[in-house]
Design a protein around this ligand. Sequence first.
Ligand code: ZZB
Length: 258
Amino acid sequence: QEYTAIKIRLLSIPEKLAPLISALDSSSKIYLIAATLRPETMYGQTCCFVSPSITYGLYKLNDSEYVICTERAAKNMSYQDIFPEIGNYTSHASIPGSALIGAKIHAPFSVYKEVYVLPMETIKEGKGTGVVTCVPSDSPDDYITTLDLQKKPEYYGIKAEWVAHEPAPIIETPTYGNLTAVTLVEQLKIQSPKDAVLLAKAKELAYKEGYYQGVMHIGKYKGLKVEDAKPKVRQDLIDAGEAFVYNEPEGLVMSRSG
Ligand code: ZZB
């Protein structure tokens, strides 16, 4: 699986995080790395999700930058010429997802200039980087998780203002309008982030409609088909230094045995 790894910079350091990273030079930039298959939707990021039950690592990207992701993803990155030294994925800190919640962050290309790190309990540790950037306009999982967080902020230990951004229209589609995920969650009557079967169905429908029928509604490629805009937005993110290519090797192993 070839992902686009989005560099989401921490603009504030939550209280619980500070002591864990005290060894770093204070001028270092720290990024959460979110793996996405939909770089063309980055305009619609409203927050970034981490799992409260995953422990992340902190890895050196270069002399001034560090990244946060799962150890598994860091190991893969270390063999993809992303880190300074091949095969070296020494972690500089052990960071429980819960210590990241509430950090103010910069989500590249988003229409929202200030967004926050929030919890998502359904993140899988063995996929991507364990960090998921939230695009509620086009990802049903992100939309239903956002609704859930908005319903019970106290339960999740978050401030309501961290989860206040509305889904922004990014892609126009003939079947679901310009808020594909919102329409699908309503049509399929999805009630909770735990409705896994319905969410998988919604995700598949959203992927297909977005990719084959979608037209960009915003940004430099407004009016272009998603199919054509996707690689261009991706390249723009990479050229801006806000993303890099990250490959997940598991698929290779499976296709070799199959
Ligand atoms: C932004 C985005 C915008 C995403 C969208 C999807 C959509 P897949 O298809 O199953 O391979 N993701 C990445 N890592 C994880 C994880 N560890 N646990 C749970 N979810 C994860 O899934 C790839 C997508 O799932 C990624 O692309 C990421 O969310 C999320 F409009 O990034 B995506 C219809 C989907 N739309």
